[in-house]
Design a protein around this ligand. Structure first.
Ligand SMILES: Cc1cc2nc3c(=O)[nH]c(=O)nc-3n(C[C@H](O)[C@H](O)[C@H](O)COP(=O)(O)O)c2cc1C
Length: 218
């Protein structure tokens, strides 16, 4: 099979040195916080579309791009997601989560109340695609979708927006509620919007591992 190549001409060339640009990107990303109190201030559809386009640039196993984003702005649909998520989360906090999990969540102050699913102007539900077109294979789906979601969160943050990475447990209800194929599995729910006035975030979330804990150079 002859492979078609094109010149890699439109390479991104930043204004500063690699070191200063990497640091600048870090400094911007370090200001990202998961927010659980959103303003209802509108965010345009164009904005969401650019963020999803950014996510869609992600690398993926054999370039299969095994993701689908459902951007929900419809109030009734957001409310239906909230009701179903809260039902699962009531069970999760009361029975499903073990003691260690609950103890790990305690400093974050999370509970079964998911008002943000009503309030945030957009609730983006990310699906992972487990079989491709024509029932074709897909590869490294979790890795690929995880990277795409990371780009999504970074793009939203750099647009000045807040996000919450929400995983109602379990979240199979989203497939039917949003009319998706059984080949797609819900991966994460991401409310997107501006933080509420006076929004507070848990201090525990600010504690990040130091470089010496997350990097080994050999
Ligand atoms: C895969 C994943 C699932 C998460 N699920 C939830 C969730 O269901 N509810 C919630 O309030 N936060 C959830 N979070 C947010 C984390 O609690 C948050 O990222 C963490 O406390 C660090 O805070 P930061 O995002 O502000 O750095 C989740 C984050 C990730 C990456």
């Amino acid at each position: 099979m002859s492979i078609e190549y094109v010149d890699y001409r439109d390479r991104y060339v930043p204004g500063g040195s690699a070191e200063s640009e990497a640091r600048r990107f870090h400094d911007a990303l370090a200001k990202r916080r998961t927010v659980r109190e959103f303003s209802d201030r509108p965010v345009s559809r164009d904005t969401i579309e650019w963020i999803v386009r950014a996510a869609g640039t992600a690398p993926s196993g054999a370039n299969k791009q095994p993701w689908h984003f459902v951007a929900v702005q419809d109030r009734a649909t957001k409310h239906a997601i909230r009701l179903a998520a809260e039902k699962e989360e009531r069970e999760f906090y009361a029975h499903r989560a073990n003691a260690e999990w609950l103890a790990d969540l305690a400093p974050l102050g999370t509970d079964e109340h998911k008002e943000f699913l009503d309030v945030a102007p957009w609730v983006v539900v990310v699906f992972k695609v487990t079989r491709g077109d024509g029932d074709s294979q897909v590869y490294y789906v979790n890795e690929s979708v995880g990277i795409a979601v990371g780009l999504f969160l970074a793009a939203a943050h750099l647009a000045g927006l807040a996000t919450l990475t929400h995983t109602p447990s379990p979240m199979g209800f989203l497939t039917e509620l949003l009319g998706r194929s059984k080949r797609e599995k819900p991966f994460v729910v991401i409310p997107v919007g501006y933080p509420a006035d006076g929004c507070r975030v848990p201090a525990a979330a600010l504690r990040k591992k130091g470089l010496e804990e997350i990097l080994t150079v050999v």
